[in-house]
Design a protein around this ligand. Sequence first.
Ligand SMILES: [Zn+2]
Length: 333
Amino acid sequence: MKASVKTLQQAIQYFSDEQVCIDAVAEMRWLGGKPVCPACEHTEHYWLASQKRWKCKECWKQFTVKLGTIFEDSPIPLTKWLPALWMVVNCKNGISSYELGRDLGVSQKSAWFMLHRLRLALQSGSVAKMGGPGGAVEADETFVGGKQANMHKDRRVRMQKARSEIRNEDAAGHIGKTAVMGILDRETRQMRAKVVPNVRRETLQAEVLKHVEHGSNVYTDDAGAYRDLPMDKFVHEVVDHAETYVRGQVHTNGLENFWSLLKRGLRGTYVAVEPFHLFRYVDEQVFRFNSRKDASGNRLSDRDRFTLALSQIAGKRLTFAEVTGKVGENQIN
Ligand SMILES: [Zn+2]
């Protein structure tokens, strides 16, 4: 992608040429942008210019740059997909299918479909554990939906307190709300979040055990659910929200930030989110959160974030360092 493409306006203009889009996806998919036949992995092909597809010299099968990606069976051209991706990863509070449809000149229904597909592709799917001996990890959960979204802050604090008292019951107070749990690795600034069926101890602790490496410092609020994390595996410290929000390192502010971004997006942008679809909005917001800064604290540009997302979607997962070219440096710009 041309270095001068930095803003949404420039991206829309740049990607208005289909060939430019094909080259951009090819570059993200294949080493050096050189196509590999999806059928036989051969690397020599004929380019059928009028059809914008390759024909493999080995197996004679034809393929486009979309084949084998999330764009594969969609009649929507890349000239719409790529600007859509730019918007999804760079609009802080998310983008609705109505806005996207208007901006791209497609129907709201098409835009809805595109958004869902892009969100699905943004799922990190990483299975590596977070934290590590001495590392700092936050674990927290929240409820989304229902009336809590409209609640005033101090009422919410009261609710949280009440909630911590009933949460070992059958979560009867949360009808109409969906629980989301998050884990944040403070060193790498990477987090994961998922919709959970409830906030019972076994559910939340299972997530900590699954995602956090033994020996990590785990910071949580005073929720009973985390109270007896296996102490031989984790160092567990608790912040009491009713008294103080920050006690040195012992806080869950990173995740609190994330929850407020998530809720702002849900409240402001999306007209209605069914609980069934919530996980996709969570994934989208997680992607944006995780690609704000690299591990050294350098802010990613919109262009970096787009490149990272496109590489992920096209099947070649780049690291931050590869995208920004800032390997191990502490650049300020
Ligand atoms: Zn082939």
